[in-house]
Design a protein around this ligand. Structure first.
Ligand SMILES: NC(=O)CCC(=O)C(=O)O
Length: 265
């Protein structure tokens, strides 16, 4: 199976509309080169461009959905189109990831569960998702997480319990915490014996330099490929069968002990 992670440069010098068109062209260029294409978190606005969230928020089946569904079908690929600021018909905003089938159908939407910013930014502007989401592809089962979710191992363990074999994490991760990004991507892969496909943004938006360094890790924790800092298409070939082989040969997931008693003191 081949996956292409599109590490997009997100900056205020380019309009949302122009970036949407440019990203659609990049997706279409993956025809024949990839089975699965992955985009970053909030690439229309930038994950830290908090003032733009409300203005650029769109319904689930809005302009980004339309353009990305067409790009997926033109390219004939599964497309994890990163996330958009979604406006729910009832009013609240969500940081919502979209996955399209090769025929351009919206196959899944995942509302980010852990919002970043503590008592500022996304954490107060967006509402939290509540549901884990997996997507069955012919070759593997995707488990969806978004950016800050990467710090919460229980979310990914829940996805693995639901059958996930390939964990896909679009992000807008800052350069300042790049070491955490690489370490956490490898940790989630090793502990879950799963592939991790983590796609970040490049450039600087809202004054926050982005880490780039999108990464693909195998179920043994080996880094199969890692991008540099700038805009880049990172294409990698991987064998989804390696998940079952790793879980069979080193069956640590079977040794989990659930429902531990709390300490007595
Ligand atoms: N957009 C995000 O979720 C940023 C997460 C982040 O900066 C961190 O976890 O560190």
């Amino acid at each position: 199976m081949r996956a292409s992670l599109l590490q997009i440069d997100v900056n205020e010098g380019e309009s949302v509309e122009s970036r949407r068109g440019r990203v659609a062209s990049l997706v279409k260029e993956q025809a024949g080169a990839a089975d699965l294409v992955v985009l970053p978190e909030l690439w229309t606005t930038g994950a830290f461009a908090y003032e733009a969230f409300a203005d650029e928020a769109e319904p689930l089946e809005g302009p980004t959905c339309e353009v990305m569904g067409k790009a997926a079908s033109d390219a004939g690929v599964w497309l994890h189109a990163g996330s958009i600021p979604e406006r729910d018909p009832d009013g609240p905003l969500y940081n919502t990831s979209l996955v399209f089938s090769p025929s351009g159908e919206l196959a899944a939407a995942y509302r980010k569960i852990h919002r970043f910013g503590f008592d500022k930014g996304e954490a107060v502007l967006m509402s939290a998702g509540e549901e884990l989401v997996t997507v069955r592809l012919p070759e593997t089962v995707l488990g969806l997480g978004t950016c800050y979710d990467l710090r919460f191992p229980e979310l990914f363990r829940g996805l693995v319990d639901a059958g996930a074999e390939t964990l896909v994490v679009p992000a807008g991760w800052p350069e300042r915490r790049r070491a955490h990004w690489t370490l956490l991507a490898q940790a989630r892969a090793v502990e879950n014996q799963a592939f991790v496909l983590a796609c970040g943004t490049a450039g600087t938006h809202a004054g926050v330099p982005q880490a780039g360094h999108s990464i693909v890790v195998d179920p043994w924790g080996e880094v199969l490929a890692q991008a540099g800092a700038g805009e880049q298409v990172l294409t990698v070939e991987f064998d989804p069968g390696k998940v079952a082989v790793t879980r069979d040969q080193f069956p640590a997931l079977k040794d989990r002990v659930l429902g531990l008693a709390p300490p007595r003191h």
